[in-house]
Ligand binder design. Structure first.
Ligand SMILES: CC(=O)N[C@H]1[C@@H](OP(=O)(O)OP(=O)(O)OC[C@H]2O[C@@H](n3ccc(=O)[nH]c3=O)[C@H](O)[C@@H]2O)O[C@H](CO)[C@@H](O)[C@@H]1O[C@H](C)C(=O)N[C@@H](C)C(=O)N[C@H](CCC(=O)O)C(=O)O
Length: 509
């Protein structure tokens, strides 16, 4: 990380117009390297920001930060630690501007695309990156699956990291040669100022439904957090999927020029038709340059609007149509987003991240598309503990569209797994689906695969790409559990290897 002087830090903090900035101690030329919000990640020379959180207060960890070698503190109240302190009205409000400064303002060297929406952020971000790379622009990405640039990747804990980490990642991308970056912007991140200090060439909205109300309280607040990405201080232009009323409202109200995307007649990038199968998806689009056929390796009708949004983003950024089409065709499906396993004489298994009622309904529609003649859909369904409990009945209601529902655990985080399952079951009441309860997730996935025939589809939802599952409130208790890995093992155990592999093995023996 570049070294930054204490006087430059003070000057940047003064650009946040919230109130007085007081500097206590430290010479102007004191050098700082990196802004850190967690005392456990402090290295010698760090500026430690004391963030007040929901369960802890960074001011209480200032001593630990000093012991780890922090050179100075950013605080919003006096701290009894022998280090130079910059006292500001709100530490959180300074994280964006100071995170940018201490990372050497990497965003100035990048053109940015921000992607928000209840579902589809990861897929759309991956597609937009693919389009830009196909057009010859090295592009980084940061989101739910981590951060990536070129062939390198890094894990991240949050969809949108805290501002200092986000700017550090952008620095890493710039140093690796990136000229653009795609940033997934979660509503919580927008609300908490994690993307403060960034300005996007294009802000993309993939769609909206009730989610994260544990954090936002009301759907209106959730909506307003997402809409913030489309302010003229944040974005130069918007690409908005208008297939739901919230998208229409955003397109109508956004102060920036908006490209409307969707099936509606007034869409600027209009979806005229599509078809999807186990091998991929084809979408027919129309824009002001005429009709276009887009093919993709991504499976499922849920990706139709993601593909159209990525197309529109490419157009807004001036990428020629052929290069957008080539980019979209080349993108490999992101992990855990309608990942298709099996088939080839065995049941098809789809592993997906769907964890909201509408996303589940869409995933079930995809599962029905993939059935063979007379095939049934088996759904493996749970709900994460201690999060957005109000969604459980709605998930159960969406699940009625399956033929057989295998209710199971999805990581109870200290809640009673049986109580979570009971809440899902309420939504299933009155539906026609057969319901089985197998609390152990591995056993549930295996049982669903065992019960399926070659024309059936097993849909495993909720965790997608995740490989750790937690049943207590202590993160150290998390265990390895990869739904795709479990499904693959079960497919081989119950139905043998794919027909082609079996035939090769037979020829070889
Ligand atoms: C609601 C929320 O965003 N919470 C985030 C917040 O937690 P918090 O305010 O409770 O922090 P805290 O534990 O009270 O600690 C306060 C401060 O003390 C620091 N600390 C704490 C302990 C210590 O020993 N030393 C120390 O310095 C912490 O690093 C923190 O800076 O700050 C933490 C540190 O950055 C985050 O890890 C934490 O995310 C939690 C884990 C989380 O689950 N967030 C989810 C809800 C989230 O943000 N999700 C969105 C949406 C996902 C999507 O839609 O896909 C996301 O962008 O990921």
């Amino acid at each position: 990380m570049p070294a930054v002087t204490w006087s430059d830090v003070e000057a940047r903090a003064r650009t946040v117009p919230l109130g007085p900035v007081l500097r206590r101690g430290g010479t102007d030329d004191l050098l700082l390297r990196g802004l850190v919000t967690d005392s456990r990640r402090v290295v010698p020379g760090s500026l430690f920001a004391c963030v007040r959180g929901a369960s802890s207060d960074g001011h209480r960890h200032a001593g630990a930060a000093a012991a780890a070698g922090a050179a100075a503190l950013l605080a919003d109240r006096p701290v009894d630690v022998a280090l130079p302190v910059l006292q500001v009205p709100s530490v959180r409000a300074c994280l964006g501007p100071l995170g940018a400064l201490l990372a050497g303002d990497p965003a100035a060297a990048l053109r940015l695309v921000g992607v928000t929406g209840s579902n589809g952020k990861t897929t759309t971000s991956t597609l937009v990156r693919g389009v830009l790379e196909a057009a010859g622009t090295p592009t980084g990405v940061v989101g739910t699956l981590g951060a990536a640039v070129g062939r390198r990747s890094r894990g991240t804990a949050l969809t949108t990291p805290e501002a200092p980490e986000l700017h550090e990642l952008l620095r890493w991308m710039v140093d690796a040669g990136a000229r653009r970056a795609v940033v997934e912007a979660s509503s919580i991140a927008l609300d908490m100022g994690r993307i403060d200090g960034l300005r996007f060439d294009v802000a993309v909205f993939t769609g909206f439904e009730e989610d994260h109300l544990d954090h936002h309280g009301t759907i209106e607040h959730y909506w307003a957090s997402k809409a913030r990405l489309f302010g003229s201080d944040r974005a130069a232009a918007g690409v908005v999927v208008v297939d739901d009323p919230w998208g229409r409202r955003l397109a109508d109200q956004a102060p920036v020029p908006v490209t409307r995307v969707g099936a509606a007649e007034d869409a600027d990038v209009r979806v005229l038709g599509w078809r999807t199968g186990a091998a991929g998806t084809e979408v027919l689009l129309a824009d002001d340059t005429g009709g276009h056929r887009v093919t993709s390796r991504l499976v499922g009708r849920v990706h139709v609007s993601n593909l159209a949004a990525a197309w529109a983003t490419g157009r807004v950024l001036g990428v020629p149509a052929e290069e957008i089409a080539a980019g979209l065709a080349a993108v490999a499906p992101p992990r855990g987003r309608n990942t298709v396993l099996g088939g080839d004489g065995r049941p098809v298994v789809v592993v997906d991240y769907a964890h909201t009622p509408r996303a589940l309904a869409a995933a079930l529609a995809t599962a029905r598309d993939l059935r063979g003649p007379g095939g049934r859909v088996h759904l493996v369904l749970g709900a994460r503990g201690r999060r957005d409990r109000y969604k459980r009945q709605g998930l159960g209601e969406s699940a009625r569209a399956a033929d057989v529902v295998w209710l199971t655990n999805e990581g109870s985080h200290g809640e009673d797994p049986a109580a979570i399952i009971a809440e899902l079951r309420v939504g299933l009441l009155g539906g026609g689906a057969a319901v089985r309860t197998v609390p152990d997730r591995r056993a549930a996935i295996s049982a669903a695969v065992r019960a399926s025939g070659p024309a059936d589809v097993v849909l495993v939802v909720g965790r997608g790409h995740e490989t750790r599952m937690l049943d207590t409130t202590d993160p150290r208790d998390a265990v390895h559990l990869d739904d795709a890995e479990v499904a693959n093992t079960a497919l081989i155990a119950e139905h043998g290897p794919p027909a082609a592999v079996a035939a090769r093995a037979e020829r070889a023996s």
